[in-house]
Design a protein around this ligand. Structure first.
Ligand SMILES: [Zn+2]
Length: 494
């Protein structure tokens, strides 16, 4: 009889400094699929879930699809959301069992209103349910803040090795195949964790330029060749989380218990410490970036400017208007920005209709600390439902639903306005509303790094703007940390 493999996912990167709570509505707005709907949503994608489903076919397993929930990064996950998703997983174990193994796609940086260790709590309740003998395989984002409970309750734990995250399918395949070998009795994996003594490090995990992360990953792949070592992961951590387990870490999946695993993981963390001041980031002020873009950008070879500090992928409110204002003030022509989240402004554009010239207040509405609303007269040049399928290398095949969306043109700057917060990591965030990003001279994107997967190939130059006007700014010195373990860099040590 075919082995039964529980498949599920529960992702969140919680920015504990955000004032937006993450309830069930935030999951439903992004991704919330139960049972067989999971196959429909992810079967034809390059995601972890697709890799798990393919592994079931390859190994002759019967998948038991539980729930996949994913919400755009924001504040604390509510207890209701946690209990609902965890409850659906436990229910699937009851109804679809007996379960032979479990494959979960997690992020690894979930903070709930009732616990700072979302994934550790989830894995504990699942472990309590299935007992110690059912192997649990977990994939993590490389921005996970890994806790001891997470490592303890999993048999296999593997994180992405790319940022932008374009290897999600491959990492999940690695995880599933290690679980297959475990089920066959061929291996007996354990997970060893070493945490660093830093809130932030490893160049935020960037792998697009040589630096601390690429060097740490090279160390890890050498270590993975050692006898008894099945997998080594390097995690840059997610700094915008005021929790005891914040920061970089390393994971070794090894055969049984061996002190070498801790030595390896610790060696990677020592390297993270030694390289803590090295960064590949050279942020500019918005006016300076726009000045360069105006000079160098041309149609067919746009300059791409990333709004680092207000990245929805790290919990940014996605309505900070500093970069847009600089683009308008500079009198840019053939310029576009995607996407500002402002449901009221999107609705006003829909109401006015394409071609209407209207005064509109856009953005700056969630936290006045990060800059004012722009009040401008402009033209509604497009409206749409905000739905399209990702064609870029990241999350390929996944449906995006920005909600009612519009393009509002002020001077020579087209502003894409969405009703939901989305990081721009696919050209579709422009093209789904009729803007061909290749045919613009300057593009602004709400993203800090993931945009590179789709935009680096079409850009003549990439510039990063960080004026500190958002809760994902690289400058963490102003954040009021009070729950992190101490001592920790940069608060105490150097
Ligand atoms: Zn990440």
């Amino acid at each position: 009889m075919a082995r039964k493999i529980l498949i599920g996912g529960f992702k969140h990167e919680t920015n504990t400094f955000s004032r937006l709570p993450t309830g069930l509505d935030a999951y439903r707005a992004r991704a919330f699929h139960v049972g067989d709907a999971i196959v429909e949503a992810y079967g034809a994608t390059r995601t972890e879930i697709a890799a798990f489903l393919d592994a079931c076919k390859r190994h002759g397993w019967q998948p038991v699809c539980s729930v996949v929930g994913d919400a755009t990064p924001s504040g604390f996950v509510t207890k209701e959301a946690f209990d609902t998703v965890a409850g659906l997983m436990l229910e699937a174990i009851d109804k679809g069992g007996p379960i032979d193994a479990i494959l979960l796609q997690l992020h690894g940086a979930m903070v709930c209103e009732h616990t700072p260790d979302g994934e550790g709590s989830l894995l504990r309740v699942i472990r309590d349910k299935v007992g110690p003998k059912v192997p649990i395989g977990v994939t993590l984002d490389l921005h996970a803040n890994v806790t001891h409970a997470m490592a303890h309750h999993a048999d296999v734990m593997v994180s992405y090795r790319t940022y932008p995250h374009i290897d999600t399918y491959e990492i999940a395949t690695e995880c599933a195949d290690l679980i297959a070998r475990t089920l066959a009795g061929e291996i007996h994996p354990t997970v060893t964790l070493a945490q660093g003594v830093m809130i932030d490090g490893l160049d935020h995990g960037r792998t697009t330029t040589p630096g601390p992360m690429t060097e740490a990953l090279a160390m890890a792949s050498e270590m993975a060749k050692a006898p008894g070592v099945h997998s080594v992961s390097v995690l840059a951590g997610f700094a915008k989380a005021d929790i005891p387990d914040v920061g970089p870490s390393a994971l070794v999946v090894g055969e049984g218990h061996d002190p070498r695993y801790r030595e390896m993981a610790t060696q990677i963390m020592t390297f993270a410490w030694e390289t803590r001041h090295r960064t590949s980031l050279t942020p500019l002020m918005a006016a300076e970036a726009v000045r360069i873009a105006k000079e160098k950008g041309r149609i067919g070879a746009p300059v791409v400017i990333a709004d680092y500090a207000d990245n929805p992928g790290g919990g940014g409110y996605t309505d900070s208007m500093g970069l847009v204002k600089a683009m308008i003030d500079a009198g840019l022509e053939s310029a576009a920005m995607s996407a500002i989240c402002d449901p009221d402004a999107a609705q006003a554009c829909h109401k006015a209709g394409v071609g209407a010239r209207i005064p509109l207040a856009v953005g700056g509405k969630i936290d006045p600390l990060f800059g004012p609303t722009i009040e401008a007269e402009g033209t509604v040049t497009a409206i749409g439902d905000g739905r399209f399928r990702i064609e870029g290398p990241m999350q390929n095949g996944v449906m995006v639903d920005m909600g009612p969306s519009a393009v509002f043109k002020v001077g020579g700057v087209e502003i894409v306005i969405a009703s939901k917060r989305y990081q721009n990591y696919c050209l579709g965030f422009f093209s789904s509303l009729g803007i061909d990003p290749r045919q613009r001279a300057v593009l602004g994107v709400k993203s800090m790094q993931h945009f590179r997967a789709a935009y680096q190939p079409i850009a003549s130059e990439v510039l990063i703007v960080d004026e500190g006007n958002g809760i994902t700014s690289n400058d963490i010195s102003k954040l009021p940390y009070s729950h992190v373990r101490r001592p920790i860099f940069p608060l105490d040590l150097d």
